[in-house]
Design a protein around this ligand. Structure first.
Ligand SMILES: [Mn+2]
Length: 265
């Protein structure tokens, strides 16, 4: 029985399945996914279907892209109400019409207009997969149920699995974060400088280790950092799989907590 952690799948469903094969994932193992299931990659639809159907030995954590998806669907529902569109929840045609209305309403709204469906994932789901508003709502609810972090014991240490970074108190983080949730979802270098717990392990993703100049740059391999003062081990396991067509270092990583063994696809 092993506990495996994967992060930032970003629609790389094929690679994700290859990884499950590689680790010989079974019902007696536990899998923790550290968020960002969708966007950027080609198979967001397949990932969404997988997460709504997965078994109870899979723990799903929320990433910033997943939270943004909740916002986008919320915006669609708001505009449906405000414009009195009364869209049918089981019609793909109505969902597409609503999507176009949202785009139109947000056209002159600057950043909000640019923000909505930034990666075109909802557009892809609507136009290429025949998705309905009901399905979008179901996925948004699934994301909404996901916690921001998951805590367990590993290697005789307290272990926190989170999307970007973890700190116990907001006071420990810089003033650029207005809430702990924001730190969990968006922290980058701050996750090692300000985050961490005493005698613990933090497993996170969010910052690809293929990004030159970023704190976690490690030629597409898992980044490990030890904070001596806190006696805390930090792992960034986002090896940038979704950029594999552009970057030869990019891959999908998985860590097994019991022995800190790392697997790559
Ligand atoms: Mn992220």
């Amino acid at each position: 029985m092993g506990t495996y952690v994967i992060s930032d799948i970003h629609g790389c469903y094929k690679e994700f399945l290859t990884m499950l094969d590689k680790i010989r994932f079974s019902d007696t193992d536990q899998l923790v996914l550290a968020g960002d299931y969708i966007d950027k990659g080609k198979q967001s639809y397949e990932m969404l279907q997988w997460i709504v159907n997965c078994l109870s030995n899979v723990v799903l954590i929320r990433g910033n892209h997943d939270e943004e998806f909740i916002d986008y669907v919320g915006l669609m529902l708001q505009i449906d109400k405000k414009e009195k569109l009364a869209s049918c929840f089981s019609s793909n045609k109505d969902a597409i019409a609503l999507y176009q209305s949202v785009k139109y309403v947000l056209k002159d709204k600057g950043d909000l207009g640019l923000y909505f469906d930034m990666y075109g994932t909802i557009k892809d789901l609507l136009y290429n997969y025949g998705v309905t508003l009901k399905m979008l709502c179901k996925w948004a609810e699934t994301f909404l149920k996901m916690p921001y972090y998951y805590e367990l014991q590993a290697r005789a240490r307290q272990c926190v699995i989170v999307h970007a970074g973890y700190a116990r108190k907001l006071e420990d983080t810089s003033t650029s974060f207005s809430s702990l949730e924001e730190f969990y979802l968006y922290a980058r270098a701050e996750s090692v400088k300000q985050g961490g717990i005493r005698h613990g392990i933090i497993i996170a993703g969010h910052t690809p280790t293929i990004a030159k100049g970023e704190f976690a740059y490690n030629k597409g391999n898992v980044f490990k950092y030890y904070d001596k003062e806190k006696d805390c081990i930090f792992y960034d396991i986002d090896c940038g799989c979704t950029f594999r067509n552009k970057n030869g270092d990019a891959k999908l990583a998985c860590i097994r907590l019991e022995d800190e063994k790392i697997f790559y696809v």
